[in-house]
Write a protein that binds this ligand. Structure first.
Ligand code: ATP
Length: 383
C-alpha cells in the first residue's frame, strides 16, 4: 500500500582521502502517499544519494527518513517494502522474461499460480506479453527496461524507486516508456520516486518535482508551478527548454518610476515592487513567451545566429546588441536565417526579475497590467 515519505533535515556526507563531501545537505521534504515525485538537477547534485537513502542502501549521516509514521532511517532495504529499478538494466541472462519478472515473488515464496497471474498483469500494462517466453538477449533495450520495471511492479511495493531508468534509451523509446511508466503508476497503489537529470521527464510525468542544487533543495512544486513561478534564476534556467533568457539590466529611477535598462530596451516596473534602488538586476524571459513583431509593450532586437526548425515551430538562437545569448521560440520565424535581425517583444506579464543574489523578486504575471513598458523598435525580421 502506498505510503507517504518524510525527510527531516537529511544529510549525507562522504569521507574520502581525508576530505568530507556533503552530497545531501539538510534536506527536508514531504512526498505525498501515492504521488509521483521526481528528483531532478544537474549531475552530482545528490539525486541518487537521496534515492539510495530512501531505499536503505545508504544511511544518512544525520536526519531521519520516515515512511508514514514509521522512522525507517536505520532499516535495511529488505525490511522496507521498496522496489528499485536502476539505469543499468539488471536482468538474469539465463532466465526467461517471465522468470525474470517473477523472480522477486519466487524468493518471497509466492505460489506459482499467483505469480503467473501477477506477471501476466504486469506484462499487459507494459505491453510485453509477446516477449514473456523469450530470453533477455532477444529483446531490445527498451523491452529489457520494461522487463526490469515489470519485476519491480509485480512486487506491489509501497514505494517504487526509479533511478534514471530511461537514460540509455533512444528518444522514441523514451517517449513510449514515459507513457508506460505513467500507466504503471495509475495501476499501482504505490508512491513513485523517480530520479532524472532530464527535465522533460520530470515535467511530463510528475505530480511534484524536487529540483536540487549542490545537495540542497532549490524548489519543490508541481511542474506547472515550477515553470510559472521559479523562485530563483537557477530554477528558471533549469526548467524549460530552451533555457530562460536572462539579461543583465541596470536599475534606474526616473520621476518615481523604477526602470530596468537592458541592451536595447527599457522596462518600467510597477510601483511597490521590491526592486533595488540602484545597481543591477537580471531579467528572465522564456523563449516561448516572446512575440515576433511589436505586439508586446517591451521591444528588442535579436541578431540571429542559428535557426532550428522543429516542424510546428522554430527555435532561433541569437544575441542581443551587447552579445547576451537570447533565444526565441515561435511559429512565425520560418523565414529567419543567420545574419537576420529579428524584432521581438514581450510584456511584463511574461518576465521574471531576479535580484543580485539570484532570488526571484518579481513574477511579472502577478503584476501584469499595473504598468507598461517603453517601446523601442518596429517588429518583424530585417535582413
Ligand atoms: P548523477 O546525475 O551524475 O548521477 P546525482 O545528482 O545522482 O548525479 P549523486 O550520485 O547523488 O549525484 O552524488 C552526489 C555527490 O556525492 C557527487 O559529488 C558524488 O561524487 C558524491 N558521491 C556519491 N556517492 C559517493 C561515494 N560513495 N563516495 C564518495 N562520494 C560520493
Amino acid at each position: 500500500m502506498a505510503t507517504s515519505i518524510h525527510l527531516d533535515t537529511v544529510r549525507k556526507e562522504f569521507r574520502t582521502l581525508g576530505n568530507t563531501h556533503v552530497a545531501v545537505d539538510d534536506l527536508s521534504l514531504d512526498i505525498p502517499e501515492g504521488s509521483f515525485t521526481t528528483f531532478v538537477g544537474p549531475s552530482g547534485c545528490g539525486k541518487t544519494t537521496t534515492l539510495r537513502m530512501l531505499a536503505g542502501l545508504e544511511t544518512p549521516t544525520s536526519g531521519t527518513v520516515s515512511f508514514g509514521d514509521e522512522d525507517v532511517t536505520d532499516l535495511p532495504p529488505q525490511e522496507r517494502n521498496v522496489s528499485m529499478v536502476f539505469q543499468s538494466i539488471a536482468l538474469y541472462p539465463h532466465m526467461s522474461v517471465r522468470e525474470n519478472i517473477g523472480y522477486g515473488l519466487k524468493i518471497h515464496g509466492v505460489p506459482k499460480a499467483e505469480r503467473d497471474e501477477r506477471i501476466d498483469e504486469a506484462a499487459e500494462v507494459l505491453q510485453i506479453e509477446a516477449q514473456l517466453e523469450k530470453m533477455p538477449a532477444e529483446l531490445s533495450g527498451g523491452q529489457q527496461q520494461r522487463v526490469a520495471l515489470g519485476g519491480a511492479f509485480v512486487q506491489d511495493p509501497d514505494v517504487l524507486l526509479l533511478d534514471e531508468p530511461m537514460s540509455d534509451l533512444d528518444a522514441k523509446l523514451k517517449s513510449d516508456l514515459r507513457v508506460e511508466i505513467q500507466r504503471l503508476h495509475q495501476e499501482l497503489d504505490t508512491t513513485v520516486v523517480y530520479v532524472t537529470h532530464d527535465q522533460t521527464e520530470a515535467m511530463t510525468m510528475s505530480d511534484q518535482v524536487v529540483l536540487l542544487r549542490d545537495g540542497e533543495l532549490a524548489q519543490v512544486d508541481p511542474p506547472k508551478q515550477l515553470f510559472d513561478y521559479p523562485n530563483s534564476e537557477y530554477v528558471a534556467q533549469f526548467i524549460g527548454m530552451p533555457s530562460t533568457n536572462v539579461v543583465d539590466c541596470a536599475v534606474e529611477h526616473r520621476d518615481g518610476e523604477t526602470v530596468l535598462v537592458g541592451p536595447g530596451f527599457e522596462l518600467s516596473l510597477p510601483a511597490g515592487v521590491d526592486a533595488p534602488t540602484a545597481g543591477r538586476v537580471r531579467l528572465g524571459i522564456r523563449p516561448q513567451y516572446l512575440d515576433v513583431g511589436s505586439a508586446g509593450a517591451c521591444r528588442l532586437s535579436v541578431d540571429v545566429e542559428v535557426v532550428e526548425t522543429l516542424g510546428t515551430e522554430s527555435v532561433v538562437h541569437g544575441r542581443l546588441e551587447d552579445g547576451t545569448p537570447f533565444d526565441v521560440v515561435s511559429d512565425a520565424v520560418d523565414d529567419a536565417v543567420a545574419g537576420d535581425r529579428l524584432d521581438v517583444s514581450f510584456d511584463l506579464a511574461d518576465a521574471f526579475v531576479f535580484g543580485e543574489d539570484g532570488e526571484t523578486i518579481l513574477f511579472g504575471s502577478e503584476r501584469a497590467g499595473e504598468r507598461s513598458s517603453s517601446p523601442a523598435g518596429t517588429g518583424g525580421v530585417t535582413p
